[in-house]
Design a protein around this ligand. Structure first.
Ligand code: ZN
Length: 680
């Protein structure tokens, strides 16, 4: 059941802040209920759905004009504000209705030319439908239950059974002018209806005030849910996953990248796997292959998920790497054929999108959302999960019948829909999955920040669970992480497996975790030296081994980056226990570079010195400075540049090495200049 989230006190508070203009009061309530709708993923998701309110305002000459405030493109109902509902002059929108046809470009142009604020976002592609319904408030959603209903083969009869004559049906037409006119005509045949069911698409409700329209959304969706609950068969208990992500996803990732481009340096897709009980049981269905060819739950999904998922049944998985690659190539061939069949129908020439899937159905593993970065993968996975619920409910109640191939193509290659995906240049690390160890220390955090700021999908590894959680919270929902002590046996493998489970693979491992033990060698206990070797050498080595296995499965190169230390080449008194394993790690960089070049895996390191961190604490700095007769700042700036070196400088060096596509076996010094620590 979807919840009625209306709280009169919240509505009153919004009204109190709105001032006395009735138009502003209506608009704040419009924002309020839009957010209530946006807060429920079973009503709308990821920019789907739109809302509007009709008001009267005065123009600069004092004339009263009718204005439609309607959701602007680029805004999400969950977080919408008043400026996300641009005002459009109604008269111009109403006048358009007399035209027999109207191109999308002309429609958008008229809408933009009649904005009250010329800098406002472009009004929704469904603006005219909102305009042609007479009610003050109009709400359009793609509720999960309504999508189950909207795709039933006998949708007409079932809708009548549930609602009697209270809801009218609008046959499927792509959004835009023609749909707006058709929906308005359906409404005008019976102006007493309380909502419109858009077949294969979604749902409109309306009312004279915000409360009434919102209430109808909730009530009508719940009536549909109740109908499905009555007919639903008891769900089988879910099977347990039978495939391990690490055995499947890196191979799949590489195979998808290979059909997308021949450029081996190009980014690979990022995954988001869903393996809940409902998904896993759905993937065991015997009619899975048929359902996979059935099309989307709503055309709104197509730009993010493609029309059909890639399906990898047990027979394919049993064939291993070659069979997975072949299934992905078949998907791409099918997509190209679809494009070539459909493109000649379009009025303007179309350029084919990447012939790669947006979703994969992998029985025994889960549903895989596929995107250019973690956010796109998450959105695809969310929509994929909703589709699973819709298909499960619809097939239990008579069947799932989506739009056909022509309509799928028209949506996928609709210029107005493509605009939702944005045209901004990709940041340099988009699609790169970057694992950082020691991720909550000063350098680790700086590394995470620099890579994330440049578009990377980041996965954090640290043994400090509380600090990891705090850091992750600051990074938003599209970062991954795991709590692990890398000095423990098999931790490197566990870290890489966790990263693959979260994002499907690994492109850049930044092996940064380290700690210093101080003592003169002459009296150093062997246990201390061994402990230091565990963390400062073996942990790097083990992480590299696990990362290389994944990179080889992906088959598209990769990178290992090591935080070495100037101690590796320029010993400091009492730092032998630290310097010895770091010297081994320094050698490891070159050894790995030599052995992994043929796989396209680049291996580089950074020698940093005197960075304020958990290793070099303020107290320790004070002690060292005093020993040299300096104050702390002079000690920290004791280099050729006479400037303190900060964690962010180290992070920038890692990012620079990551971008240096033809450098391997290189160690970059980040110490402000120190001839004794210079490399040959
Ligand atoms: Zn819609």
């Amino acid at each position: 059941m979807v919840q009625d989230r209306w709280r009169q006190a919240d509505a009153n508070a919004a009204l109190a802040a709105a001032g006395s203009d009735p138009a502003d009061q209506a608009l704040v309530l419009r924002v309020y209920t839009s957010r209530l709708i946006g807060a429920d993923p079973d009503l709308v998701m990821h920019g789907g759905g739109n809302t509007s309110v009709k008001v009267r305002r005065r123009d600069l000459f004092g004339r009263e004009i009718d204005v439609l405030h309607v959701k602007g493109s680029g805004w999400d109902l969950e977080t919408i504000e008043a400026r996300g509902l641009p005002g459009v002059r109604m008269a111009a929108l109403l006048e358009l209705r007399a035209l027999p046809t109207l191109s999308d470009e002309d429609m958008v142009n008229v809408q933009r030319c009649n904005l009250l604020d010329c800098t406002a976002p472009t009004p929704s592609v469904e603006t005219l439908l909102h305009a042609y319904l007479p009610h003050a408030f109009v709400d359009h959603t793609h509720a999960t239950a309504v999508l189950s209903l909207a795709n039933l083969p006998d949708v007409v009869a079932v809708c009548r059974e549930i609602f009697g004559g209270r809801i009218a049906l609008v046959p499927y037409i792509m959004p835009g002018f023609a749909l707006a006119k058709a929906a308005a005509a359906v409404f005008e045949m019976n102006p007493a209806v309380e909502g419109l069911l858009l077949v294969n698409h979604g749902h409109f409700t309306f009312g004279n005030d915000a409360r009434q329209s919102y209430r109808r959304v909730i009530d009508q969706v719940n009536e549909v849910e109740a109908w499905f609950a009555r007919g639903a068969a008891a769900r089988a208990t879910a099977p347990r996953p039978s495939l391990a992500a690490i055995d499947v996803l890196p191979t799949l990732r590489g195979a998808i990248a290979a059909v997308g481009t021949n450029d081996r340096d190009a980014a690979m897709p990022v995954f988001d796997v869903r393996a809940g009980a409902e998904v896993l049981s759905f993937l065991e269905r015997s009619d899975l292959a048929t359902l996979a060819r059935n099309g989307p739950a709503t055309p709104d999904h197509v730009i993010r998920t493609k029309g059909f998922p890639l399906i990898l049944p047990p027979a394919v998985m049993a064939g291993g790497r070659a069979a997975i690659a072949s299934a992905v190539r078949d998907f791409a061939a099918g997509y190209r054929a679809y494009f070539e069949r459909q493109a000649p129908r379009a009025a303007q020439p179309k350029t084919m999108l990447a012939p790669t899937p947006g979703l994969a159905w992998v029985p025994g593993l889960g549903l895989v959302g596929i995107g250019a970065d973690a956010q796109a993968a998450r959105i695809a996975a969310d929509l994929g999960e909703q589709t699973v619920r819709v298909m499960s409910d619809a097939t239990a109640a008579g069947g799932f019948r989506s739009i056909g191939e022509d309509d799928i193509f028209d949506m996928e290659y609709w210029s107005l829909e493509q605009a939702k995906l944005g045209r901004a240049a990709a940041p340099p690390f988009r699609g790169r999955i970057v694992l950082v160890t020691g991720a909550v220390g000063a350098i680790g955090r700086a590394v995470v920040q620099v890579f994330k700021a440049n578009g990377a999908t980041v996965f954090l590894v640290d043994r400090d669970g509380d600090a990891l959680e705090r850091t992750m919270t600051g990074l938003g929902r599209d970062a991954g992480g795991v709590v692990l002590d890398l000095a423990v046996e098999a931790a490197g493998q566990a870290a890489v497996e966790a990263c693959v489970e979260r994002f499907g693979g690994l492109d850049i491992a930044v092996s940064n975790a380290g700690a210093a033990w101080t003592s003169e060698m002459a009296s150093l206990p062997e246990a201390t030296l061994r402990a230091s070797f565990e963390l400062n050498f073996f942990a790097h080595h083990h992480l590299a081994q696990a990362a290389v296995a994944v990179m080889r499965a992906q088959g598209r190169g990769g990178q290992l980056l090591f935080n070495v230390s100037k101690q590796a080449v320029n010993p400091g008194k009492g730092f032998g226990a630290y310097g010895l394993p770091k010297a081994a790690t320094f050698f490891l960089v070159r050894q790995l570079a030599l052995e992994l070049g043929g796989d396209g895996i680049r291996v580089n390191g950074v020698n940093a010195d005197r960075i304020r961190s958990g290793l070099l604490t303020d107290a320790f700095i004070a002690e060292r400075a005093k020993a040299r007769g300096l104050d702390a700042d002079a000690y920290m700036a004791g280099n050729l540049l006479k400037r303190e070196v900060e964690a962010r400088h180290v992070a920038e060096a890692f990012a620079a090495l990551a971008r240096a596509e033809r450098s391997t076996g290189h160690v970059m010094t980040v110490d402000g200049g120190n001839v004794e620590a210079s490399l040959r």
